[in-house]
Design a protein around this ligand. Structure first.
Ligand code: GAL
Length: 387
């Protein structure tokens, strides 16, 4: 069993310059500042991983650091990640590389980011280069949460580029799935034995009343099922595309799981509206903690593939609560394994407190503080044995 933690470049490195930086400068998100300074301190992050008994680490390579202008690659920065991966391998930690975790280089942003039909090819040229340098990395995540990216940036408009168009969101998802497909082929060609997938954000949707079953079906289909199905079966279903073939075969199912939404029917919104949970376990961000939901999703969406929980975490200032959260989720994972689901890994979000997008530094997901202080004892291997 792979046990470890997950992070992403913009959220921990500091000194990144991408489309989020522009968003921050426009005052639409808190400034990231120096984050956790992982760009300088990556090797210290390895020590943290060892302290919590991790044998796997999921992190992302910041595209804007490598492809500084379109087609112009800064190899020196790539070698910085290379040294980091060497260190992980030396101490027996399995590296899991994410290639796109929400942020885009500014030159791509000015070309329309993922609305641009050329972006899938541009992305795969970049991925081709990266994967040549990391032939000893065997687990790859091309794109993190295309559904969340498209929803926040193109439906809700709270993330860059701040659009509000359902149709644009569908185009963005289509281009991301195409980008995933090209990247999948590039990595497979360069890395012998690579397992390539995506990190899919899945949510449990609970209908409040019989009429709410309709909006819940819509949410389940578009948000949970469609990107994952495309990844696993290599074809993109409507309304995103007409069963367009892509090369992905879903070597594993990557699941990010946090919470469930209780959904009420509404005449004004075909997707219904979310109702605040009552009498429920809530994180400090008000998200309902619902460990059994992970089990439900694992049973429903495993597609008979190996599964990696690529993210699962809680924002809380109470570390004992965090340990309870992890233990509860591990227990449900074990139960799913006993019933035949092939779960191969669990990555806690996040290694240390970091930049939580619109919430800035006010959400505390970390096993460690932002300046790498322990919050209390936790050993993932031991916890896994005990639950
Ligand atoms: C995920 C995302 C992460 C992190 C986490 C906690 O959706 O991939 O970047 O922010 O949520 O909210």
């Amino acid at each position: 069993m792979l046990l470890g933690a997950a992070t992403s470049s913009h959220q921990i490195e500091g000194g990144t310059f991408n489309d989020w930086t522009l968003w921050e400068r426009e005052g639409k998100a808190p400034p990231v500042g120096e984050a956790c300074r992982s760009w300088e301190k990556m090797e210290e992050d390895v020590k943290l991983l060892l302290k919590v008994g991790a044998n796997a680490y999921r992190f992302s390579i910041e595209w804007s650091r490598i492809e500084v202008e379109e087609g112009l690659f800064k190899i020196e920065n790539l070698l910085r990640y290379r040294r980091f991966v060497d260190r992980l391998l030396e101490v027996g930690i399995t590296p899991i590389i994410t290639l796109h975790h929400f942020t885009n280089p500014v030159w791509l942003y000015t070309k329309g980011s993922w609305l641009n039909p050329d972006t899938p090819k541009i992305f795969s040229r970049y991925v081709d280069l990266i994967s040549r340098y990391f032939q000893d990395v065997k687990i790859w995540i091309t794109i993190n949460e295309p559904n969340v990216y498209a929803y926040r940036g193109y439906v809700e408009g709270s993330w860059p580029p701040g659009e509000r168009s359902f149709f644009k969101a569908l185009r963005v998802i289509r281009n991301m799935l195409r980008g995933h497909s090209h990247a999948y082929s590039a990595i497979k060609a360069n890395v012998k034995g690579a397992a390539v997938g995506m990190a899919h954000h899945l949510r449990v949707f609970t209908p409040l009343g019989p009429l709410a079953k309709l909006p819940v079906m819509l949410r389940e289909y578009l948000f949970n099922f469609l990107p994952l199905y495309s990844d696993v079966h290599g074809e993109i279903p409507p309304p995103v595309a007409l069963m367009e073939r892509i090369s992905s075969r879903g070597d594993f199912v990557g699941i990010n799981y946090y919470t469930r939404d209780r959904v009420k029917f509404s005449l004004r919104n075909p997707f219904g509206i979310e109702v605040a949970p009552e009498n429920a376990w809530l994180s400090s961000m008000g998200w309902e903690v619902y460990p059994e939901g992970l089990y439900m999703l694992l049973k429903r969406y495993n597609f008979s593939r190996p599964v990696i929980i690529t993210e699962n975490g809680i924002a809380t200032e109470d570390h004992d609560e965090r340990i309870r959260f992890i233990a509860e989720h591990l227990r449900w994972i074990k139960r799913s394994q006993n019933e035949g689901v092939n779960v191969r890994g669990y990555l806690y979000w996040s290694l240390m407190d970091n930049y939580e997008w619109l919430e800035g530094y006010s959400a505390f997901f970390g096993l460690f503080t932002r300046d790498r202080k322990p919050k209390g004892d936790i050993n993932l291997k031991k916890l896994w044995r005990e639950v």
